[in-house]
Ligand binder design. Structure first.
Ligand code: NAD
Length: 455
């Protein structure tokens, strides 16, 4: 097992800090502390839990600039977006608070004199394992529901963002009783060790490949689990779409956070009669994209790591070899750090890995299709099923197409974000279980029935 992880600034390639990994003994004692704290925390009234979480939300918002700096340093996100992530996450805590009481309400069912009460019970100790691309938002999306539902947690942030992970932990731990949240540091070995420990549930946001390993590990003790995994989000652009809006969404959705966004734009299917025009409009916009250190006035920072950049470069090279056309960018930027040019590729099809496997990089991928039917068929030709969008003048037509798309979250002439309090969910191999709604909160509980007859 590695003793240290190296926290590298992706804009400079320089070491920020050498972080000690949690040892097997520390992992076991974190879980033990969580189990001890569970006895009291699971009995703590919801009103008190909510009051503590209000403090957590307030502090996160207050400390957004400091934590935003950590995010930009550790994973390269543009600073304003990093601060925005912290403010948005504070708001998400408030939203989760509004769902919590309803999620734990006891149901009373009656049949003549027979009464059944359905109570919602916390599970116990929940392992929370998270990625680096939204290093505040993703941990919150699992920590808050897990803890509000009465569980205690052992939290392992990504090895790429350990200091941001520690900063979130510090805010939660400032208000929650000792042992309710416990922090581990390290990479996959620490995650693997945690999965073999005395936990009751795993909640995970990360890649499809690691999600499968986690499911396998959970089978040993039939641990419950929630998995929010990667995607290959399709965008369908029909000939009657508002092209200015669609181009804006296509470019920002492909390049935002250097393309390292789970629900984004990974592949675009454009109806043939508008293809050439759309392609040109995309190019005009991408050419104005400014790339640089996230602390400067730029649209896009570096990629998180050399390994992530290599993965994207390999996909671009493979596409080129198999006949795709790189219309813009496509190369590593020769400077320190892990920068990659914003890239536009056309003439793509499903023989190209970049159209079927998650890219997670700053690439706009264009494929021409005959009509809506072909676009739907291509959109569904995937093991992934996270987000998708449809762009057409007729909202009604867009809705009907959305019904045929095999994704958990679909936007018509807009992104996938919908009304608050609705699920955040991936279908097919993009997830297992879900979060972000009353039902999502209940994934961190089990029902318990008590039945009796009233005389
Ligand atoms: P990853 O799967 O490589 O790692 C995620 C976490 O799992 C990290 O903390 C890592 O240390 C840990 N880990 C790795 N191997 C492990 C193992 N064998 N056992 C236990 N833990 C292990 O993902 P990443 O590169 O950090 O993040 C990018 C991925 O996350 C992308 O696929 C992206 O789509 C996905 N993601 C999904 C959502 C969503 O809401 N569905 C949101 C954000 C990111």
């Amino acid at each position: 097992m590695r003793k240290f992880i190296l926290d590298i600034n992706p804009s400079t390639g320089e070491l920020i800090e050498k972080i000690k990994c949690s040892s097997p003994g520390e992992i076991a004692s974190g879980v033990k502390l969580a189990r001890k704290a569970f006895k009291v925390w699971s009995k703590t009234p919801m009103k008190k839990r909510i009051a503590l979480f209000k403090n957590i939300a307030r502090d996160l918002n207050k400390e957004k600039k400091h934590i935003g700096e950590l995010i930009t340093k550790e994973m390269g996100k543009v600073y304003n977006s990093a601060v925005g992530e912290c403010a948005g996450t504070a708001y998400a805590i408030e939203e989760n608070i509004t769902l919590a009481e309803k999620a734990l309400e006891t149901e009373i069912h009656k049949e003549d004199s027979l009464i059944t009460e359905v109570h919602r019970m916390p599970l116990g100790v929940v392992a929370v394992i998270t990625p680096w691309n939204f290093p505040v938002g993703m941990p919150e999306s699992l920590l808050t529901p897990a803890i509000l539902m009465g569980n205690t947690v052992v939290f392992k942030p990504s090895e790429n963002t350990p200091l941001t992970g520690k900063a979130i932990y510090d805010i939660y731990n400032r208000y929650l009783p000792k042992g309710v949240i416990n922090l581990l540091q390290g990479a996959e070995e620490v995650g693997e060790e945690l999965l073999t420990s005395d936990i009751d549930m795993v909640s995970f946001v990360g890649s499809q490949a690691v999600g499968k390993k986690i499911m396998e590990a959970c089978s040993k003790k039939l641990n419950r689990l929630v998995l929010e995994l990667g995607g290959k989000d399709p965008m369908i652009v029909l000939k009657d779409a508002d092209l200015d809006k669609a181009v804006n969404y296509a470019v920002n959705g492909s390049l935002r956070n250097s393309g390292q966004v789970c629900v984004s734009v990974e592949r675009i299917y454009v109806e043939q009669s508008i293809f050439t025009k759309f392609e040109k409009m995309i190019l005009d916009k991408v050419k104005n994209y400014k790339v640089g250190d996230g602390f400067d006035d730029v649209d896009m920072g570096p990629m998180v790591s050399e390994a992530q950049r290599n993965h994207v470069v390999n996909q671009i090279e493979e596409a080129k070899k198999k006949g795709a056309k790189v219309l813009y960018g496509g190369s590593v930027i020769e400077r320190n750090g892990f920068f990659l040019e914003p890239t536009v590729i056309s003439n793509l099809n499903h023989k190209h890995d970049i159209m079927t496997n998650e890219t997670f990089g700053p690439v706009v991928c264009l494929q021409k299709v005959k009509n809506a039917e072909e676009a739907i068929e291509k959109a569904n030709d995937s093991t992934f099923g996270l987000g998708a969008t449809v762009w057409t003048k007729s909202t009604d037509k867009g809705r009907k197409i959305a019904e045929q798309i095999e994704s958990g979250m679909i936007g018509v002439n807009q992104g996938i974000g919908g009304v608050s309090g609705t699920p955040w969910v991936g279908i097919k191999q993009s997830g297992f279980g879900f979060i972000g709604s009353v039902e999502g909160m209940r994934q961190f509980t089990v029902p318990k029935k008590i039945s009796y007859r009233k005389k």
